[in-house]
Design a protein around this ligand. Structure first.
Ligand SMILES: Nc1ncnc2c1ncn2[C@@H]1O[C@H](COP(=O)(O)OP(=O)(O)OP(=O)(O)O)[C@@H](O)[C@H]1O
Length: 338
């Protein structure tokens, strides 16, 4: 499969001001992140709240500008583009946000919500409405809903409208940022299946951002795990879920209750030890070292390499082959039971 999007060494810090506007430094939200998304593939991006997932998504859409790095869409660095050329590519990358209650306009009918971006791109009202109705149907909403207002729809139905609005511009990439997190568990599955169907029907490539490991496993061919703005591990979903090598990935997997039928791991459901360090002053070297039960003095070394432990499976940990299996096999004092 060809690469459709390649991200190289992207970083973003936000300046933070204290009282009287005095600078308190900068939050390192995304630090030297690189990955590629394959054409018609799904890359899941996973990590705890605050690890930089949404900042990364906003950087890819150029809603904010990175401090450094490259974002290549079909080999073209979109960070260097301006005007019409940039707009053409921006249409090809669309986003579905977490909250369907705030992301669609409550004062517009559903049809107009979907048609709006076509009007602003110069499509006639008649043509835009026709297309909007086609895409509402594609996401499973009856055409009779077209003249309704968002208030009359459930959360799942609103998210379908948000998906139709993203699709109507005929993108090649959809970035779904916590797109099912605000929905009831019973509705989440339907929306995930909708993404899977649409991906096939419209030849889409998906960047699927979520803090929910079960959701990411269900959706993704490849997975990237982030911690405090850094990539700690990436590889095929199979490698990550069956043979995780970074202590943070292992800890995350151990803290997630499985939703697979017949699997009960609630008894080993554990929280990761310690507090997330402040992104204003992240630890040097491996940013997970302050919470890692295996950390050594070497982990503070700023030049720690990322190691390819298997084809396409990269781990930012020099202890990747310690063979400890999982945190559940460590001393009980290393982990906190829920
Ligand atoms: N505009 C901003 N100004 C200052 N700090 C910011 C800004 N946007 C994000 N941050 C900080 O950057 C870090 C990463 O935030 P981000 O929202 O990208 O994480 P996330 O993984 O998407 O978390 P969540 O799932 O909670 O949204 C956090 O420490 C956050 O407080």
């Amino acid at each position: 499969m060809n690469t459709i999007l390649e991200v190289k060494g992207v970083s973003k810090s936000f300046p933070v001001k204290g009282s009287f506007g005095k600078s308190k430094g900068a939050v390192s939200a995304v630090s030297d992140v690189s990955f590629s998304l394959k054409e018609r593939g799904t890359l899941g991006i996973v990590g705890e709240s605050g690890c930089g997932k949404s900042t990364l998504a906003r950087l890819l859409l150029r809603l904010i500008e990175p401090d450094e790095g490259e974002v290549l869409y079909r080999d073209q660095d979109i960070l260097t583009l301006k005007g019409r050329k940039l707009n053409q590519i921006k249409r090809k990358i669309q986003m579905v946000f977490q909250n369907p209650y705030s992301s669609i306009n409550p004062k517009m009918t559903i049809e107009n919500n979907v048609a709006f971006s076509l009007w602003t791109n110069g499509v006639s009202k008649k043509e835009a409405r026709k297309k909007a109705n086609d895409y509402l149907e594609a996401v499973g909403l009856p055409r009779s809903y077209a003249h309704r207002y968002p208030q009359s729809l459930s959360g799942g139905q609103r998210q379908r409208v948000a998906i139709a609005r993203a699709l109507v511009l005929e993108p090649e990439i959809i970035i779904a940022d916590e797109a099912v997190s605000a929905l009831d568990k019973s509705i989440q599955g339907q929306v995930l299946n909708l993404f899977q169907d649409l991906k096939k029907d419209f030849n889409l490539s998906l960047l699927f951002i979520s803090h929910d490991l079960n959701v990411v496993e269900y959706m993704s061919d490849e997975v990237m795990v982030m911690y405090l703005g850094k990539v700690v591990e990436k590889g095929s979903a199979q490698h990550i879920y069956s043979n995780a090598r970074h202590p943070y990935t292992k800890a995350l997997l151990n803290s997630e209750p499985s939703m697979k039928v017949g699997v009960s791991n609630l008894d080993k459901h554990q929280l990761i030890k310690g507090e997330l360090p402040s992104p204003l002053n992240p630890p040097s070297g491996c940013r997970f070292r302050t919470r890692c039960p295996h950390a050594t003095a070497q982990c503070g070394n700023a030049q720690l390499p990322t190691i390819e432990v298997n084809t396409g499976h990269h781990v930012a940990c020099h202890l990747w082959d310690m063979g400890t299996g999982s945190l559940s096999q460590n001393k009980q004092s290393d982990v906190l039971p829920i």
